[in-house]
Ligand binder design. Sequence first.
Ligand SMILES: [Zn+2]
Ligand SMILES: [Zn+2]
Length: 75
Amino acid sequence: MQNPNNPFPATLPDGTIVIDEKCRCGHLRSEHQSALRGAAFGHGRCKKSRFCGCQKFSWAERIYKGVPNTPKRKK
Ligand SMILES: [Zn+2]
Ligand SMILES: [Zn+2]
């Protein structure tokens, strides 16, 4: 089931397709609840596991289409 507020997949200006985003808790944005009745898709608490304890989506990295393991970018 697709959430109609799901912004993914999203195409970046360079043509890269973003299919999801990862939270600092290790779960995907699509696995988080939406805040503000879906206006902020996936920005609520984590619903992947009730033991996760994540209360709010915190952006960690993007998940790109066709790239199973996105390497972490060095700062
Ligand atoms: Zn989380
Ligand atoms: Zn989580």
